[in-house]
Design a binder for this molecule. Structure first.
Ligand code: IFM
Length: 435
């Protein structure tokens, strides 16, 4: 099977990583805006980032030049609600301009309501530990949905809740930089409830029929071989073994099956599960690497010589095929979207002024081959969003790892389409036929 007609070929970004304009037009700080030099490995901040808040029109033109037909981005909560209960028309107007410009170019907006940048005012009241966050998030979601849903159909409440809970509150290396292990189950419960309440709000207030899904941090185990028993074993590890971010069933079973598993048993009531398991239209997977290195059985671990990227991740494009397959088998009946996938490289500008990034091109080619294999087996994949449209602020890593199809010169804010961007454009032109 080739890629289906209307396949959503796109790229993804997040407000705190690209927008800049951190205090413009009434915005107040998010928890990421207040990260200190010591908390970011490069000593940078995200106050300007890619200056997308001012350069959005140029960025939409660049997207159009790549030929994408979708664009996943997030809304900055503190731009829309700078103070508790006070909503900011200028903040909403920014996103309305953006979605209208995208639509004019034939680019479908895919909106994430929360991509880790909690308003500082909400953090000051306890943030994700405070049960009130669920109501606050639903109220904010309603305002955004009412403002944008004439133009926006695709909605994703939370990006990778695994990461903002685990890395932000347990490991302490992402904002709000807490290490609070005893709060873990409470944090997961609040994030799951916020997801469910937001889905209800979207269904109730959207002005055009909404398409609602997830964007979950997804790491599965690569099977040792394609023998059925090895595949089953890898699938078992993928849903029952709990590495750092606690993938996958802890988060996904409550959402897609309405069941609590592992540490969430006894923490989620029947009433909670009813809220959390709202019907969805797609399963969104953010996939970068397999979990093999975390599995106790040494047979699964990668040799020390296995190449790793600048993030320290083993690059194994097959992990995308196995993610799609294992998720489809465990949660059948829903289409899947690759809501993020890509390659981190430390790119440099060559003498000819271009960015030659064969490593990224080959990695993405491999990942797209994995999507094609899944489609060939009848797994319903509806879209693929490259992380990222352009190089951006990679959280605690600063701007050193570059994920973009477009190079960002942070001094001049000049953008340069990389070779990988041209490659992606050529794939889209043929709807993946040449892969
Ligand atoms: O940059 C992040 C993004 O914000 C969430 N998913 C993973 C990306 C690469 O680390």
């Amino acid at each position: 099977m080739t890629f289906p007609e209307h396949f959503l070929w796109g790229t993804a970004t997040a407000a705190a990583q690209i927008e800049g304009g951190w205090l413009d037009d009434g915005k107040t700080p998010s928890i990421w805006d207040l990260a200190t030099k010591k908390q970011i490995k490069t000593g940078e901040n995200n106050h300007v980032a890619c200056d997308h808040y001012h350069r959005w029109a140029e960025d939409v033109e660049l997207m159009a030049s790549l030929g994408v037909n979708s664009y996943r981005f997030s809304i900055s909560w503190s731009r829309v609600e700078p103070e508790k209960g006070r909503f900011n028309p200028k903040g909403l107007a920014f996103y309305l301009r953006l979605v209208r410009a995208l639509k004019k170019k034939g680019i479908e907006p895919l909106v994430t309501l929360y991509h880790w940048d909690l308003p500082q005012w909400a953090q000051a009241e306890g943030g994700w530990k405070n049960p009130e966050i669920v109501r606050l998030f639903a109220r904010y979601a309603r305002v955004v949905v009412e403002a944008l849903s004439e133009d926006v159909r695709y909605w994703i409440p939370l990006n990778e809740p695994q990461c903002f809970v685990m890395i932000g509150h347990i490991f302490g290396t992402h904002a709000p930089f807490h290490k609070d292990v005893p709060a873990l189950r409470t944090l997961i419960r609040h994030a799951l409830l916020a997801h469910g309440e937001a889905v209800k709000v979207i269904r109730k207030y959207a002005k055009t029929a909404p398409v609602v899904g997830t964007a979950m941090a997804t790491c599965v185990a690569l099977p040792l071989s394609t023998k059925p028993e090895d595949v089953e074993k890898a699938k078992w590890y993928s849903f029952n073994y709990l590495p750092g971010e606690l993938n996958n069933s802890v988060w996904s079973d409550p959402i897609y099956l309405g069941k609590a598993t592992h540490l969430m048993k006894g923490k989620l009531s029947e009433a909670d599960l009813e809220i959390i398991s709202q019907p969805l239209d797609f399963i969104g997977l953010n996939v970068y690497q397999p979990i093999n290195d975390n599995i106790a059985d040494p047979k699964y671990r990668f040799p020390k010589t296995e190449p790793r990227n600048v993030m320290g991740w083993v690059v194994h494009p097959e992990c995308l095929y196995w993610s799609l397959r294992f998720f489809h088998e465990r949660y059948p009946g829903l289409p899947l979207m690759v809501t993020e996938n890509g390659a981190a490289v430390v790119d440099t500008v060559s003498e000819d002024g271009e960015i030659h990034d064969p490593e990224r091109t080959e990695t993405i080619r491999g990942f797209l081959g994995a999507v094609k294999n899944a489609l060939d087996e009848g797994i319903p994949v509806i879209g693929y969003q490259v992380w990222s449209l352009m190089d951006n602020f990679e959280w605690a890593e600063g701007t050193r790892p570059r994920f973009g199809l477009i190079y960002t010169d942070y001094e001049t804010q000049k953008r340069i389409v990389k070779d990988s961007g041209r490659f992606y454009c050529s794939v889209i032109e043929t709807n993946g036929a040449d892969l």
